[in-house]
Design a protein around this ligand. Sequence first.
Ligand SMILES: [Zn+2]
Length: 361
Amino acid sequence: MPPEHSKEVTVTKSLRTLAVSGALALAVAAGPAPLAGAVGEGPSYDGNGQITTSKLATYDQMVSFLKDQDARQPAMELEVIGQTVKGRDIHLVKYISDPAKPTILYLTQQHGNEQLTTEGALEFVKHLGTGKSAGILDGVNILIVPMLNADGAMGDVNFSLDDYLAKGDRHLTRYNAEGVDLNRDHVAKVQPETQALHNNVMRKYRIDYMIDLHHQGTRAERDGKLVSGSILYPTTPNADPAVVEKSKRLGAVVFNNVDSTGWGHLGRYQGGSAETISRNGISVEYGIATLLFEMRGMSDHYLDGYALGQRSNGYLIKQTVTTLASTAAAIADGSIADADTSFWDTLAEQTSRPSGEAEDE
Ligand SMILES: [Zn+2]
């Protein structure tokens, strides 16, 4: 565990002990029940049920799914771009019909405990092989790197997971096997996962857009209502203003398609300007329009305010599919060029409810 987290872990332990009795009562509450007081803010957050990993695809299940889809889908190619610290193959899903067409990259699970974005990306891959996304592939090349941090996703790491909350067959961690945050490694590029992404994806393809998919804590709100996620464009001063504007258009497509659904409610993420973070670093290094999308709640964590029970899985997976399908379609038909970015001027930064921490990235 990185030393800066040791204090937080101690606090969490005592909170969790208090919360145990309240958890069972909350678990039977239907829907997004009102947040309980401090005692109830335990492992069954918001009445959304137990934090469990049993429904999440394992790395092996993901690979087997991708190989199966690769065999079924003529337009799809599956490539291994490198290996994780523990030797797991890192995969790139490619739909390239014409290199001259615009290309978008979707990246999931730089943080291993943020899995529903991967589940959504796999669902999107399935859609691309059916009539559900017919026509999209004629106008856009799609690259998907799912589960970049497969070791973290499988809890196969070189540090203790004693404090992690989830029930089930495994834990999931933010950090890679060496305890490194991959989304702080986009300048130095020391870790094998980061090197695979940069050497065999970023430098190899002419990419126009990227969405970096994450999960944040559970308690962020906008206009008094808990958010389903938050978004942000590059905020480093070194980003080309034209790239930032293009990133804002990408964000506009996401906002218009997600926030209008009824279940979607997005805030502006409060993000820093460090270029070690992919949203910033990749926009500067490659001139790619980038968007960070943070979905609500993580699949596992050592902090009570971060992990979210499995009852939220459905809409969060759907939120990912909506995001990927709508942006690919808007690029394919060119409508992204007309996306109105003015909503960014009024989109409120999300704030965090007491004892919650919205931060991730
Ligand atoms: Zn993350």
